[in-house]
Design a protein around this ligand. Sequence first.
Ligand code: IFM
Length: 476
Amino acid sequence: MNRRELLRSLGLSAGALALVPNDVLAQLVKTQAMQKSAFGKDFLWGVATAAYQIEGAHNIDGKGPNIWDKFSHTKGKIKHAQTGDVSCDFYHSYAADLDILKSLNMDVFRFSTSWSRILPEGTGQVNQKGIDFYHRVIDKCLENGIQPWPTLYHWDLPQALQDKGGWMNRDVINWFTEYSNLLTKTYGDKVKNWMVLNEPMAFSGLGYLLGYHAPGIRGIKHFAAAAHHTAMCQAEGGRIIRSNVKDANIGTTFSCSYIMPWKSEDRDHIAVKRWDAFINRFYIEPALGMGYPLADLPFLKKIEKFIQPGDMEKLKFDFDFIGVQNYTREVAKYMWYIPFMKGLEVPPKKRGVTEVTEMNWEVYPEGIYEIIKQFAAYKGVKKIIVTENGCAFPDFVMNDSVHDTNRVNFYQRYLEQVLRAKNDGVNLGGYFSWTLLDNFEWSEGYTPRFGLVHVDFETQKRTIKDSGLWFREFLK
Ligand code: IFM
């Protein structure tokens, strides 16, 4: 491929291409040679999204408040005091946005349903307007030839349930059962691909251990309770989908990162082991019947207090696929004085790494290869789908274009590594980019832009970025 062909395929102007450094250009040329066909004809391509991050419409048509509505309206919790009240207004613009998705030649729209839009109080009274909204989204996907892939829970617990203790209250298993039954019975005729939870470690760890995310609770005791009930719901959700949806393809997703030692010292390996048990192994192993990895996490023995007779059996579920969600790698260093973990993840800056995203996450494409291999090595994992991967960079609209060369480069390099894992024999079924639209990035507000499509939050104007155009060409 020569410069001119590259320019055409990326949708870049000659001026913009001239600004691209030579090594980046060489990589672009190399990865442009990568063909969609190399991934196989059944490999699925899609985008992933989440209700609270895109929908807006936070208090209309009967929706009840959720923990993110409350948290984002609490002073000091979100950068620049931003909220998801309006966000991308996907609630109103879903049809046009799904037309954009179709134009990018994607197969799959991964989205989550807002629990409190459907059950404003979390249980009991059903909000028909909420039910109707997801019917419209699903129907529009089907009309556009896109497969709808819902996730039952992506972090937005109804506030009414949080007022009763939320994930810390064992009753959440019954609440989640009611919600999951309602969803799968309502949409199960048209929707066959389902995911139970989005990144349980992220929402339980950030929300109930560190307090950095909603509902802003801190402490190991709270985390231990929330974590066990989350793991119980993970399996229970799988069983509910299985019993209500004929021919369902059922998965759940995990945030995960390949972890390397700071130096190759034994002590750093101890830190790696601990962090790996915590951020990568903690939720998948009970689902596979291996129990919690407490031998490597002695401080989490507290969880045993919440385990009732019969629970260990109920934690298991035979998922059809496992969703791997990867953004970066981690480097762990032993530090005896750090409570519980006896070590820390060393931030990229401290390691002299300069290639980072707006989230300050290191760009390390080999990490996705390693973590896919790690998850694929579990006996009992039948198939892996990359259900999220992406990056935030500052983007600027110029003449109706966004030349996000760094993001194009990111995707190409990560995809090369996904292909490498597939070529090694991993049963890899698909790749979903995070994400379609710039959106509300939780406590970081709207500054980190992850989308393939730029959103002007003042006007709601959409501009397909060069990365979106690259996918359009690649998937053609
Ligand atoms: O925006 C989040 C998403 O909600 C869950 N996975 C990681 C993304 C980027 O931080």
